[in-house]
Design a protein around this ligand. Structure first.
Ligand SMILES: [Fe+2]
Length: 335
């Protein structure tokens, strides 16, 4: 029967390797790595079921066709459970049935292999592209950060009396953001926005910025334009920024009761970043030396935000700021 099947399949252009028994079959299988295996259940030395089990544990996708005459229903179920792809009962009256089964199994195996290869290729492609995107995003962020640093030091050069103000505000804003558990993504944007929040002051004459005495109403309203100017400058320059930096800068003098400037926005219309920055800015400004007065110290600054919590300043942000100082997690650094 084995000879007959081999001759028939060779005539159908398949290359056939024969084995006398199960053990020899397994050895040939391991050595030659065939595309398909046809086996009987009752073979000398090693049964068909044992052979199937040995093959399947080694290579799960090899197509196997069981040809057996002893096949009880239980045998058939057992072979299929062990992963046989097809079961043909002996005697095989028409060998075309065998050829069909072989062709079908080989086609199916080819599809499975191609599919796996495609899947693997796709996964590799996706992970490569993702890594590339992440790298570029990181590069872009680093570039943006250095641009912001340059702009910040430029602004500071024009306004030496408040040197370090923006850095200290940024440090406090980030400490408050940590306390509040702000998202990591927004955290970065807040830090950058805080670093350049007074950027618009480049358009204000430095005599006004560093005027030692009390400002006139006109001078004060001129200074107030810096929030809008900063926003306008950043609108042109930050289109590619992944954070709402221009909006944070725009809103840093807004107050939650609508008493701030330039738009008089209220409460939840303000970004959380802007509400944090507003508090950090006020605390730093009061605590530190200004051109027109000496430093007031941290306690009056904290008293000011406490007094206006829930009125001018976001209540939760104020609580977080007080907590940051109370826990001694934060202090301003002056160089
Ligand atoms: Fe400001």
């Amino acid at each position: 029967m084995r000879q007959t099947m081999a001759v028939y399949l060779e005539n159908c252009n398949f290359r056939v390797i024969q084995a006398e028994n199960g053990r020899e079959g397994l050895a040939i299988f391991l050595e030659k790595n065939p595309d398909l295996m046809i086996l009987d259940l009752q073979m000398p030395g090693m049964s068909g079921l044992d052979l199937l089990a040995a093959i399947k544990s080694d290579l799960p996708v090899i197509p196997t066709i069981v040809v057996s005459g002893t096949g009880s229903r239980d045998d058939v179920i057992a072979t299929l459970k062990l992963g046989a792809w097809d079961y043909i009962s002996k005697p095989i009256v028409d060998l075309a049935v065998l050829e069909n089964a072989v062709t079908k199994a080989l086609n199916k195996a080819r599809l499975i292999t191609e599919n796996k290869r495609y899947q693997l290729h796709l996964e590799e492609e996706v992970s490569l592209r993702t890594a590339e995107l992440l790298r570029r995003e990181q590069e872009l962020k680093m570039t943006l950060i250095s641009v912001v640093d340059v702009v910040a030091s430029m602004v500071e050069k024009r306004d030496p009396y408040t040197a370090g103000h923006e850095q200290r505000v940024s440090a406090l804003a980030l400490a408050i953001a940590r306390e509040l558990g702000l998202d990591e993504d927004r955290y970065e944007g807040l830090g950058l926005a805080a670093t350049i929040h007074d950027l618009g002051k480049v358009a204000i004459p430095s005599e006004i910025l560093s005027k030692p005495g009390k400002l006139t109403a006109i001078e004060y309203s001129l200074i107030q334009t810096h929030a809008q100017i900063g926003h306008d400058i950043l609108t042109k320059g930050t289109a590619g920024f992944p954070w709402p930096i221009k909006t944070i800068v725009h809103q840093h003098h807004e107050r939650i009761d609508g008493s701030g400037y330039p738009l008089g926005l209220k409460g939840r219309d303000l970004l959380i970043e802007s509400r944090i920055l507003a508090v950090a800015d006020v605390v730093e400004a009061m605590a530190s030396h200004r051109p027109y007065r000496a430093a007031l110290g941290i306690q009056p600054a904290l008293a000011e935000i406490t007094r206006y919590r829930g009125i001018r300043y976001d209540r939760e942000v104020v609580e977080a700021c007080l907590a940051v100082f109370a826990k001694r997690q934060f202090s301003f650094e002056y160089s």
